[in-house]
Design a binder for this molecule. Structure first.
Ligand code: MD3
Ligand code: FE
Length: 216
């Protein structure tokens, strides 16, 4: 456990291996919270949150957007990555430098020294929003990790195994927590329980989550 004192604010950081390849960096993003949130707000003015539809046609409860060269898209045609925001017919906004720095530093800390994400999926949970158990399989190279950054309200994250039938562990993820999912954990089933009501002083009644990927 390390403690950093700066600007009158203090942050507690710790590092924990959840499973082979899965590293939880508690508080890793806390020092950058304001820069991250203002960069996020700028991205969202260009590519607003929207409720994408599953291939079955139902709107997802999580609002989503993207930044980076590629963005994750779900619609009646299926799940995929693409360079253009279907709402604006424009390229997704570029990855803000503070996003890129955070993702590469977190990956490095977890032992992935050459992670260069080209996609950031931005999920926005509101009270009641959930994400059912799934695998992330739309990326080209499963040798590359995914880095996730939790902001705002806390949530219970479900971390399962390589088959749907493995019972999932429940892990609390809070504002500033970063998880690197690589190696044997890369294809684990995972999900998020419904977000509870609450209020975060900087973020309000929501949970933005950033997931950085090397998609192409
Ligand atoms: C474990 N997002 O966007 S982040 C997703 O909190 C997604 O918004 C969740 O699952 C969220 O696909 C979870 C943690 C996460 C992300 C990707 C993973 C865990 C993962 C990929 C493989 C294994
Ligand atoms: Fe996922």
């Amino acid at each position: 456990m390390t403690m950093d004192l700066f600007d009158g604010a203090s942050t507690l950081e710790s590092q924990e291996q959840l499973a082979p390849g899965a590293v939880l960096l508690r508080g890793f993003a806390a020092a950058d919270e304001r820069e991250l949130l203002s960069a996020l707000a700028e991205v969202i003015t260009q590519a607003p949150f929207r409720h994408m539809r599953t291939p079955g046609g139902l709107p997802m409860s999580v609002g989503m957007s993207n930044c980076g060269a590629l963005g994750w898209i779900s619609d009646r045609a299926g799940y995929r990555y693409g360079p253009v925001d279907p709402l604006s017919s424009q390229p997704w906004p570029p990855l803000p430098e503070v996003f890129l720095q955070l993702a590469t530093h977190a990956a490095e800390r977890a032992g992935f020294s050459r992670f260069v994400p080209d996609a950031c999926l931005i999920n926005r949970y509101e009270p009641g929003s959930r994400l059912s158990l799934h695998q992330d399989k739309n990326e080209r190279d499963f040798g590359q990790p995914i880095v996730s950054v939790s902001l705002g309200l806390p949530v219970v994250f479900l971390f399962g195994g390589l088959s749907r039938s493995v019972p999932a562990r429940r892990i609390g993820l809070m504002h500033g927590d970063v998880v690197v999912w690589g190696g044997p954990a890369r294809l684990s089933y995972h999900g998020v329980l419904p977000l509870k009501e609450g209020f975060h002083p900087l973020v309000g009644s929501q949970r933005p989550n950033l997931t950085f990927r090397k998609a192409g």
